[in-house]
Design a binder for this molecule. Structure first.
Ligand SMILES: Cc1cc2nc3c(=O)[nH]c(=O)nc-3n(C[C@H](O)[C@H](O)[C@H](O)COP(=O)(O)OP(=O)(O)OC[C@H]3O[C@@H](n4cnc5c(N)ncnc54)[C@H](O)[C@@H]3O)c2cc1C
Length: 399
């Protein structure tokens, strides 16, 4: 019986595991993850504002894997020796025939002095709950707020979502007039999103900023911050009482500690359009762990592209299909460049939303549209409910 070990069992790894098992019941699949629960990360932006509890968006993955015949090992993978085909974990060594790396990101809080110590971060349950607590204090003594993304960041969409949810929360709390709200971003223009924007996107974002009286600075980096001020690369100093920043993502320590993986300098795995490692054909990568080249010309300040949930899921499916093909002796593998995966994303804008749809994630695109929905964020809520339902049922083959 062939054995595939998958490190990281959230979006990409969860899908890859269930898909391999669905396609071949006789294939042993072992998922290694350091956490017990699947986490629907996109809804973390609602946790600080009490619209969701962390438990609402967490699903114990072990139960689902058990039902579907996938083995689960709660452990932290430390490194891999691809020549011996052994993964070293804090719970012992695990051997494999195929290895899938779907470890997602590590957040680089060291992007500028002071960011680690002073900026808040919404992208983890602990970070989101810490912000919830900070907001309780903030509303007693409101002051200026700076929200944004730092240089080299790629996940700008989540920071925009947090910004608009924060603005809405200020209005609900009746303190909007007491707060000077700033958006800072390395993007060359509003709504670039690391994908070179879409027709109408910049105009829409500009009108949102105007409508909600949000000051913004594009093409800025954070030089440094302390507990009171943020110094920007354009020479400005912004005082703040609260700040949430989205730093860049890099590869996790497991990847960086495994030199034979030949990862890029920022810790991502080089793979072909079949998501197969060029040197070790039994190693595959999916989701954020994949090295994706930036598809646009950078401006004054570097930033990168987002690796969102849909392509993470898709690459998990492609890897599963290709492992099965290899095991059946097929030579032709499924291929789809990251940038050619369709773009399907919903940006929540505080009980409003923008649907972002395109035939290709990256340009050139023949179809790309940004649709605002100012009535309610039905799309985002529906997407969340659907995704949690399909995950609980283990129906990873669904779109
Ligand atoms: C705040 C926020 C909001 C977002 N909103 C959206 C959105 O609205 N729409 C959208 O499409 N995308 C959104 N994203 C992006 C989305 O979350 C990612 O695309 C997706 O999580 C990537 O999936 P992944 O499987 O590659 O990585 P992850 O989901 O990060 O999963 C990686 C897994 O690997 C495990 N792991 C890591 N290292 C190890 C190790 N050494 N040993 C064992 N286990 C390990 C982790 O525990 C984790 O379970 C958002 C991201 C953030 C941060």
């Amino acid at each position: 019986m062939k054995k595939t070990v998958i490190i990281g069992g959230n979006f990409a790894g969860f899908t890859a595991a269930l898909e391999i098992k669905r396609k071949d019941k006789n294939h042993q699949v072992v998922v290694i993850d350091r956490n017990d629960d699947f986490l629907f990360i996109p809804s973390l932006i609602w946790v600080p504002f009490k619209r969701r509890e962390v438990e609402d968006i967490s699903i114990p993955r072990g139960d689902i894997f058990k039902k579907k015949g996938v083995d689960f090992l709660k452990a932290t993978a430390l490194k891999v020796d691809p020549d011996r085909q052994i993964v070293e974990t804090d719970q012992g060594d695990v051997s494999y025939d195929h290895l899938v790396i779907s470890t997602g990101p590590k957040v680089d809080f060291n992007v500028a002095p002071g960011v680690k110590e002073h900026a808040s971060y919404v992208g983890t349950p602990i970070g989101a709950m810490k912000i919830r607590k900070q907001l309780e204090e903030f509303k007693k003594n409101p002051g200026p707020v700076v929200i944004g993304a730092t240089q080299n960041a790629g996940c700008m969409g989540a920071a925009y979502e947090f910004l608009f949810n924060f603005e809405k929360w200020l209005r609900e709390e009746g303190i909007r007039k007491q707060v000077d709200l700033y958006w800072i971003t390395p993007e060359t223009f509003l709504g670039h999103f690391g994908i070179d924007g879409m027709a109408g996107g910049e105009t829409m974002l500009k009108s949102f900023m105007k409508m909600f009286n949000i000051h913004y600075r594009t093409e800025v980096a954070v030089e440094s911050m302390d507990e009171k001020e943020i110094i920007l690369s354009n020479g400005e100093t912004l005082p703040y009482s609260f700040s949430m920043l989205m730093p860049p993502f890099v590869g996790v320590d497991f990847v960086q500690s495994s030199p034979k993986l030949e990862a890029t300098s920022n810790g991502y795995i080089p793979v072909g359009e079949d998501y197969r490692h060029p040197t070790y054909p039994n190693i595959w990568a999916a989701g954020i762990a994949v090295d994706v080249k930036i598809p646009f010309t950078p401006g004054k300040v570097p930033f990168s592209s987002p690796k969102t949930g849909y392509p993470s899921d898709e690459t998990g499916k492609i890897v599963a299909e290709n492992i099965i093909r290899v095991e059946k002796g097929k030579e032709e593998l499924k291929k789809k460049a990251w940038g050619k995966i369709p773009g399907i994303c919903i940006m929540d804008a505080g009980k409003k939303e923008v649907l972002i749809l395109s035939n290709n994630l990256f340009k050139p695109r023949t179809f790309a549209i940004m649709l605002p929905n100012v009535i309610y964020d039905f799309g985002k809520v529906l997407f969340e409910k659907y995704f949690l339902w399909k995950t609980r049922k283990g129906l990873s083959y669904l779109p």
